[in-house]
Design a protein around this ligand. Structure first.
Ligand code: HEM
Length: 492
């Protein structure tokens, strides 16, 4: 069976190369942006994109340059992969480039929304996003996430009680994070036993985006169970202990005001839950695996963490600290490691649909003629692996973003074209939360444990899932054996 899959993958790769060679004969470089050729009205390109979006876009870029048109079946895309052009896309008004098709896709592939989409989108934009923007801003993050550190520590301790067994790195970096975040944001009535279903659904998302989910049942059943749990949660009359929590209570109020305590409300909540967790979990996993694959970087980040713990007096005291206190030069390297992981793992963003024909003006005075109905698509991976901007671009360089003086309330990527959190009006509203959460995960895990690959594990660096779309997904889990570093530092 395994050799059959390998042979299949080999044949597909060969076919993709042959197709690329044939297409290069039809390539017309005189138009701007150049059009990626297709022999089958875009459906051939659509198939190659679905099978491996990154590899396909990389081939297109080699052939066409940093800005080009490509048809994927009936979808017409203008792909941009240079930092300046992406900034122009982010700052273009929504009258010209609509942002909602990307949301519609998330509603559909994640939560199964097929009708009433415009109404749900309006509630999301009008009632939920401003809450996220305010509650997770650097100013209020401390209040919102007050008990996050201790809760996460307790979750990690629970999961790692038995050191005789190997443990999944995906679970270690994700489950306690999922649970602690949900309890804080939505209160103790939130159904935290939903982690496995959330992961099953999340793993199937690249296939759902490509409309190629063959083994449909596990993902479908996981989504139905999630919707049921969220529906029960939303139908509670009282809000309990989340009364004094900014998000849980206000979000519930928004649901009630809009009279969506039914299945529709659960679908909206599921789309939100996915936004809250999917990218952060991917980053949390890859941050640790990149560090484990770079022993020198790992040792340096750990030394930084250990000395911060010493400064605070204990790990528990550090975990009581506010996000502001962790936004400090004494965490410069761990912050750089997180930003470097985000540079490498965010693949595409800035999907927008043109409302009308217009010219997208670029900084160098050039313009891209965009036609009504075309989609603009940001190939962030290409921009972030541009060797003229980033030295050794494919490699995880732990201190890449630790070279300049530390600036609080900045993402530490100044001076680089950095688009992993989008930009302009629709910049990621959860970026401060994500960086803070991943920092706390790394602080706890690196301070408490030594990591050894489990007997049957392939090592520390996982293969990237070929279908990864939007952000990197891992093809493999990694299994590790943990040994506590210092039993007296709070391990059971
Ligand atoms: C490492 C983790 C994360 C990454 C890489 C990330 C990335 C992004 C990107 C690239 C966008 C812009 C998409 C576009 O312009 O089309 C975005 C938007 C958004 N993100 Fe994040 N995100 C992360 C975590 C979070 C978290 C934890 C939240 C919390 C709820 C969040 C909430 C949002 C929201 C609400 C938007 C939409 C903003 C709008 O349309 O106005 N994100 N994110």
């Amino acid at each position: 069976m395994f050799s059959f899959i390998l042979a299949g993958a080999y044949i597909l790769r060969k076919l993709a190369n042959i197709t690329a060679n044939i297409y290069s004969c039809f390539f017309d470089a005189s138009s701007f942006p150049p059009q990626m050729p297709s022999l089958l009205a875009g459906y051939d390109n659509g198939l190659l994109f679905v099978l491996n979006p990154c590899a396909f876009l990389s081939r297109c870029q080699q052939q066409c340059g940093p800005i080009y048109r490509v048809s994927l079946g009936s979808l017409r895309l203008v792909v941009v992969s240079s930092g300046d052009v992406m900034s122009s896309v982010f700052s273009t008004s929504s009258q010209l480039l609509r942002h909602d098709p990307a949301h519609q896709e998330v509603f559909y592939v994640v939560a199964g929304v097929k009708t009433n989409y415009a109404y749900l989108y309006e509630i999301m934009i009008r009632d939920l996003y401003p809450l996220v923007d305010r509650g997770f801003s650097p100013r209020s993050l401390g209040q919102t996430m007050q008990t996050f550190g201790p809760m996460l520590l307790s979750g990690i301790k629970n999961l790692t009680r038995d050191h005789s067994k190997s443990i999944s790195l995906v679970q270690l970096t994700n489950e306690p994070l999922y649970t602690a975040t949900n309890l804080i944001i939505f209160g103790s009535a939130f159904p935290t036993d939903t982690y496995k279903d959330f992961q099953t659904l999340n793993k199937s998302i690249p296939y759902r985006i490509g409309r190629t989910l063959l083994n449909y049942w596990p993902s479908y059943a996981a989504r139905m169970r999630l919707l049921k749990s969220l529906r029960d949660y939303l139908q509670r009359e009282e809000v309990n202990d989340s009364d004094n929590r900014f998000f849980g209570v206000k979000a519930m109020q928004a649901f009630k005001d809009n009279n969506i305590q039914s299945l529709e409300g659960a679908r909206l909540a599921l789309a939100f839950l996915w936004t809250l967790h999917a990218n952060t979990m991917s980053n949390s996993f890859f941050s640790l695996s990149f560090l484990l694959g770079d022993p020198n970087g790992f040792a340096r980040v750990r030394a930084e963490i250990d000395s911060a713990v010493e400064k605070f007096g204990s790990l528990e005291a550090l975990l009581q600290a506010s996000p502001d206190e962790l936004d400090d030069p004494s965490f410069m390297l761990v912050t750089s490691a997180i930003m470097e992981t985000t540079r490498l793992t965010v693949l595409h963003t800035g999907v927008r649909e043109a409302n009308c024909d217009f010219d997208l003006n670029l900084k160098d005075g050039k313009m891209i003629p965009i036609k009504k109905g075309e989609y603009v698509f940001g190939d962030v991976h290409a921009a972030h692996t541009d060797g003229t901007v980033f030295s050794d671009p494919e490699t995880f360089v732990v201190d890449r973003f630790a070279q300049q003086p530390y600036r609080r309330k900045h993402l530490q990527t100044d001076g680089y074209p950095f688009h992993s959190f989008g930009g302009g009006r629709h910049v990621c509203k959860g970026r401060w939360l994500a960086v803070y959460e991943i920092k706390v995960v790394l602080i706890i895990l690196l301070h408490l444990f030594d990591f050894n690959p489990a007997e049957n594990s392939v090592g520390f660096l996982p293969r990237v899932h070929p279908r990864s779309n939007g952000v990197m997904h891992t093809e493999d889990d990694i299994f590790v054996r943990l040994s506590p570093r210092q039993a007296e530092k709070g391990l059971p």
